[in-house]
Design a binder for this molecule. Structure first.
Ligand code: PLP
Length: 382
């Protein structure tokens, strides 16, 4: 990350904590790495990773499309002016409103089950999501291409669904596969693409192979890209990809201040951010790099605990910290993906502000919520 400790201290001072900070340089660098690896592939950002409008607009201006998996995400795409070939509508249980708005915007649909063919608006363009039924080397909640996961149709069903699409007057554009998230072992992708090639000769002509996202930080992007392109080529199809985490994770950092410490059965450093600001450690056992932004004698090992009245509210275990004191500042790294996006108002905790750093300037891209923001909809109802 190009942001220094001084930058981070200044942001925390100016905007308060907990605070999400984003580095525009880092976001652009991640996109450049993806483009360098995947070349001609069309890039659709899986906005679930971070749907902040400023980030979406920045990516839109750079030619990126969007993968939307909810009515709200589709509304965001519409709001920033994305349309037509720049939008994919995905999800295992789309609502009538998503089909209607998707059609109005000229989006491409990803079919997740056979009976969706009958639900599509007339003359739609659609891909069929295939579940390759593999063991994926990631947390079970992050594996979407396992036989027991709810996503996609089976390899056996896929040719039938493509044929049904054509028979119903739609464009059967191609196949889609997305096997999970935070996957570092490129062999998982090779295995998934290998399953797809088993369908060669059974699909009719395909225009697109969408290889999804799921690349963990540090994954061999060039290796994955080579395999994905080779698979697309076996179908004579164009390659599309849907990165979420890889594109935005490293651009984001969560800043949190120490509230105090206590030594009981373990050593706890209590901080002002927790599961309501960053859920991933609790939800997936995710490990984020933690950097103390102070120097002091007396290094020890600490569990980083949030302020929620939940025993699972831990951001990290066994972190080495130099004698933490109230007011010290910590940077939780790789928090740009599924960080702010998964933050919640549980305990009527107002979600943090988000700020973007570019060319030496900070811009607030989401103001800090207030308790009134949270109960506003309830008051209106009353
Ligand atoms: C269909 C689909 N595409 C892309 C993504 C993005 O995954 P990641 O953020 O791991 O790249 C997801 C994430 O869940 C997804 O479900």
């Amino acid at each position: 990350m190009s942001l220094t400790s001084e930058h981070l201290h200044a942001a925390a001072q100016q905007y308060g904590t907990p605070l999400y900070v984003y580095d525009a340089t880092e976001l652009d660098a991640a996109l450049a790495r993806i483009r360098a690896a995947f070349g001609t592939a069309r890039v659709y950002y899986a906005m679930k990773a971070n749907p902040n409008l400023t980030l979406l607009r920045r990516l839109h201006a750079q030619g990126v499309g969007f993968e939307c998996v909810s009515p709200g995400e589709l509304a965001r795409a519409q709001h920033i002016g994305a349309a037509g070939e720049r939008i994919i509508v995905n999800g295992p249980a789309k609502t009538p409103g998503e089909y209607a708005l998707g059609a109005r915007l000229g989006a491409t649909f990803i079919l997740d089950r056979e009976d969706e063919v009958a639900l599509l608006p007339p003359s739609s363009r659609a891909l069929v999501r295939v579940n390759p039924a593999l063991n994926i080397s990631t947390h079970d909640h992050l594996a979407t291409g396992a036989a027991h996961s709810k996503f996609g149709v089976t390899l056996e069903q896929a040719p039938r669904v493509l044929a049904a699409l054509r028979a119903a007057g739609h464009t059967a554009l191609g196949l889609h596969v997305h096997i999970g998230s935070a996957i570092r072992d490129a062999r998982d992708f090779t295995a998934a693409f290998g399953r797809l090639t088993e369908l060669r000769g059974q699909t009719g002509p395909l225009g697109v192979l969408d290889a999804g996202g799921g690349w963990g930080l540090g994954a061999d992007l060039h290796g994955i890209a080579r395999e994905a392109h080779a698979t697309a080529a076996t179908f004579g199809a164009q390659l599309w990809v849907e990165p979420g985490r890889y594109l935005v994770a490293q651009a984001g950092t969560l800043l949190t201040r120490v509230i105090g410490t206590k030594r009981t059965g373990r050593n706890f450093t209590l901080v002002d951010a927790g599961m309501t600001e960053l859920l991933r450690p609790m939800l997936y056992g995710a490990q984020h790099p933690v950097t103390p932004l102070w120097h002091r004698e007396g290094t020890g090992t600490w569990d980083l605990a949030g302020p929620a009245c939940e025993s699972g509210d831990l951001l990290a275990r066994d972190v080495t910290l130099p004698a933490p004191q109230a007011g010290d500042l910590l940077a939780i790294g790789e928090a740009g993906a599924y960080g702010a996006a998964m933050s919640s108002n549980y305990l009527t905790r107002a979600r943090p502000a988000e700020v973007l750093h570019e060319n030496g300037t900070w811009t607030v891209i989401r103001r800090r919520e207030t308790p009134q923001d949270i109960w506003q909809a309830e008051d209106a109802a009353g």
